[in-house]
Ligand binder design. Structure first.
Ligand SMILES: [Zn+2]
Length: 476
């Protein structure tokens, strides 16, 4: 089943073909660490986590880089407001952000920080100046000259026009109102780094274009972020990166996650309607948050509603109960050798829903549809499988739910014991015991060999002795 993905760059659903399969290289825009990680961030990070986990389930390896913006106007302002150093602000909120990711089960391979990459950022800006794409203003700030790029606007579909502006505070020294800062000259009292253009700090867009390609190469598969980053952030990243690296497209697929809303408004610090990730995790648990975010397609808005979150508490409990019941049935194998027509029909219902899950996820990661398949499997488990206690049905349902969970990531602690592997291991151990016992019988050590037989029987293992060999079966 081939995977299709919506690409913001082409505004269409495309077949997913990574540049160098089976490796997928992806960059997702991380936080500016000036305040609490909130539920809006959680939604974006989790939405991307489901995409990543599904691609891994389909056999790809996935390298995920996510930046931490640890120098920015907002950080400087926050530090000034609190009367503390900007590093104190950065350390506090970086720690909180990383803690939230761990609690939510999100693993990121590389977490580059801007202030650790100043050298690379300066080199990158120097190349842009050399190639005629950037200019130094009298203040010592460096700007990207948007008029030097013919296809600027291809991601956001906003094409160059005198009518729109970005970074208006620098209008006086920019050549065009739509140019943007690559390097910002330090104002008095601001943190700074030395550069060929004087003391200053990197612009926000520059850092992502530099750090992504430093770790993923000058061309890579996926670049993602919230929908609000399409313009100007990602548009500017493309303009810079394609100018420096000389490769088009710099990134093959652009993925953008929809907003989290509360009473219909986007959850954001600036609107003051924020629920912090920490509060939400304490109140609802990471598992319930994961299931809730999974219930919405990543490109759609997701509305926060406590009552709806309660529904996902119930779903989570159903998943746990299903796994526990199935485990109970399969813990001692009872091979049937013949399945009834009803068993066979239940197996095919399970299979249809496993296919439905893959079909949904393969089609631009349609998680709400995939969640329907999860719910269907649960209904089959409770209605048919648990009641019938057929070993084969339970094993099949268990492995389907375990597979789903590699994407959902909510049952890990209940699935820790790998039942099939354990069984194989146990069976090999029993084989060894049986062979040693046969040696004892050859030496006429009947007392000891009988004791072994009795003790194995107490564990549900029945031994049959034939003339030259012994065999064993599970017996409940
Ligand atoms: Zn970014």
């Amino acid at each position: 089943m081939s995977i299709k993905i919506y690409n913001t760059l082409t505004r269409s659903v495309e077949p997913f073909q990574p540049l160098s399969p089976p490796i997928i290289k992806a960059y997702f825009c991380g936080p500016t660490v000036y305040d609490h990680t909130h539920l809006g961030h959680v939604r974006a990070y989790l939405a991307f986590d489901f995409i990543k986990r599904y691609l891994k389930l389909r056999g790809y390896t996935f390298i995920h880089v996510q930046n931490i913006t640890d120098i920015d106007d907002k950080i400087i302002k926050r530090a000034n407001d609190e009367g503390v150093s900007w590093r104190e602000i950065v350390d506090r909120y970086t720690k909180e952000y990383l803690d939230v990711l761990t609690k939510l089960g999100i693993v990121i391979d590389i977490h580059p920080k801007v202030t650790e990459h100043i050298k690379e950022i300066i080199e990158f800006i120097e190349k842009l100046i050399e190639k005629g794409h950037a200019y130094v203003a009298p203040s010592g700030s460096v700007y990207f000259d948007v008029s030097t790029v013919s296809d600027y606007g291809k991601l956001s579909k906003r094409f160059k026009s005198e009518e729109w502006r970005q970074e208006e505070e620098f209008l006086a020294e920019k050549r065009n109102p739509y140019d943007f800062a690559l390097w910002k000259a330090a104002k008095p009292g601001e943190p700074w780094w030395e550069s060929p253009w004087g003391r200053g700090r990197p612009g926000w867009h520059t850092e992502c274009a530099v750090m992504s390609s430093r770790y993923l190469g000058t061309q890579f598969d996926i670049h993602g972020g919230g929908q609000d980053l399409i313009f100007p952030h990602h548009e500017n990243e493309i303009a810079m990166a394609e100018a420096v690296y000389g490769v088009k497209p710099w990134v093959k697929y652009w993925i953008h996650v929809g907003y989290l809303t509360i009473r219909g408004e986007k959850m954001s610090k600036s609107l003051g309607n924020v629920i912090t990730a920490k509060e939400a995790i304490e109140k609802f648990s990471p598992e319930v948050l994961r299931l809730w975010v999974f219930s919405a397609h990543y490109r759609k808005q997701l509305e926060f509603d406590e009552n709806i979150l309660q529904e996902y508490k119930v779903l989570y409990q159903r998943l746990v109960t299903a796994i526990e019941n199935l485990r109970n049935i399969i813990k001692s194998p009872r091979v049937s050798h013949y399945l009834t027509d009803e068993d066979v029909s239940i197996l095919s219902k399970l299979e249809a829903n496993e296919m439905m899950f893959h079909d949904a996820m393969s089609n631009d990661f349609n998680t709400p549809k995939a969640l329907e398949a999860v719910n269907n499997v649960l209904s089959i488990v409770f209605k048919d499988v648990v009641r019938r206690e057929t070993y084969e049905l339970a094993l099949r349902a268990y492995s389907i739910l375990a597979n789903f969970n590699t994407v959902l990531g909510v049952l890990d602690k209940y699935l820790k014991e790998k039942i099939t592997i354990d069984l194989e291991f146990i069976e090999k151990l029993v084989d060894i015991i049986i062979r040693v016992r046969a040696e004892l019988r050859k030496k006429k050590e009947y007392e000891l060999s009988d004791r072994i037989r009795q003790e194995l029987l107490a564990l549900g293992i029945k031994v049959f002795d034939y003339k030259d060999e012994s065999k064993w079966v599970w017996e409940r």
